[in-house]
Ligand binder design. Structure first.
Ligand SMILES: [Zn+2]
Length: 331
């Protein structure tokens, strides 16, 4: 991870030295651990007033580190709606077209480039299409697949982490919702959560079946010579294998999200700083749940969820795995 970051910064240095800095960069990676550090380091290279750039120490470097530099706009999704609203984009438009205070660059750092609402996307696209001179954009995202294509096409990509892509919507939201619901109802609460989780996975499998079947049929149609087509039986096997593989990948994402959820709860129960959370956008909810948890329960919950993947791998029936795990949970 560290190497990717320094490698990306070296490339940026080289581009800067050659006067070939791109207008906009899409920085793909964990926001806190990779995206923001990259943006801060790159900005220090542009604004640093020290002798050895970036010094990390001069007033410009310090203001960048504190996100207070007057020529840099930091934009992030609103806490409640989790989207970047049109108002924030309008603020940035009025800022970026003003003359730079420091007589040099103007910069924008957009955390969560995948969180622009439709209006905000279009407005933001305009500033990308008509950039004032000496302006630069860093678009940070953990889900590049969710960034609008017209925005993507205007950015140079910097890939800092190859972490598996995140669970697609609406499944992600559904999963977070069912994890957030309090388990106060005792056995009934666990039963309901188990059923919801089963329904989520079943719906996911159905969707995968539908998509893969359509794609497979289209591929088959595209084969010009009918003799090239594999036998009908072979077809069915190939298709079934594809469906299974994609479903397993999605199921792993579900389990990983759950794992991070219960790991986050344990982190909070241990009194660790909330900035360490993986589900950063759920910090308030997690903190609420963690208040009612003791260390032993938080650890047991995590173990329970860890066991689910192994059980799935051993081909235990979905209902058995889920019911077993849910009955053991205390949050
Ligand atoms: Zn400096």
């Amino acid at each position: 991870m560290e190497n990717k970051l320094s490698g990306a910064l070296s490339s940026f240095d080289a581009a800067l030295a050659a006067g070939r800095v791109a207008q906009a960069y899409l920085v793909v990676g964990n926001l806190r651990e990779e995206g923001l550090p990259f943006a801060e380091q790159a900005l220090m290279r542009l604004f640093c007033g020290g002798m050895m750039k970036p010094c990390g120490d001069c007033p410009d470097c310090t203001r960048i580190r504190e996100h207070k530099h007057v020529d840099v706009a930091w934009i992030e999704p609103e806490k409640k709606s989790r989207v970047v609203g049109i108002d924030r984009i309008r603020d940035l438009q009025s800022m970026i077209y003003q003359t730079s205070y420091s007589g040099g660059w103007k910069a924008v750092v957009l955390s969560g480039a995948d969180r622009l609402g439709e209006d905000a996307s279009n407005a933001f696209l305009k500033t990308l299409e008509e950039p004032p001179p000496r302006s630069i954009y860093f678009l940070l995202t953990e889900s590049p697949q969710a960034v609008m294509a017209t925005i993507l096409s205007r950015c140079q990509r910097i890939i800092l982490s190859t972490e598996p892509e995140r669970l697609p919507e609406p499944w992600r939201a559904e999963l977070l919702e069912l994890l957030s619901e309090p388990l106060a109802g005792g056995l009934m609460g666990r039963l309901i959560r188990g059923k919801k989780l089963e329904a989520l996975l079943a719906g996911m499998k159905k969707e995968v079946e539908k998509e893969e079947t359509v794609r497979f049929r289209e591929e088959q149609e595209a084969l010009r010579n009918p003799d090239d087509r594999k036998s009908q039986k072979g077809d069915e096997e190939v298709l079934a294998a594809r469906i299974e593989a994609r479903f397993r990948a999605l199921r792993s994402m579900v389990l990983r999200m759950m794992l991070f959820w219960y790991r986050d709860l344990l982190v909070l129960v241990c009194g660790t700083d909330p900035s360490q959370l993986r589900h950063q956008d759920q910090a308030d909810i997690l903190q609420g749940i963690a208040r009612g948890l003791c260390y032993g329960d938080a650890l047991a919950n995590l173990r329970m969820v860890e066991g689910m993947e192994r059980q799935f791998e051993r081909n235990l029936p979905m209902e058995t795995v889920i019911t077993g795990a849910m009955n053991g949970l205390s949050a």
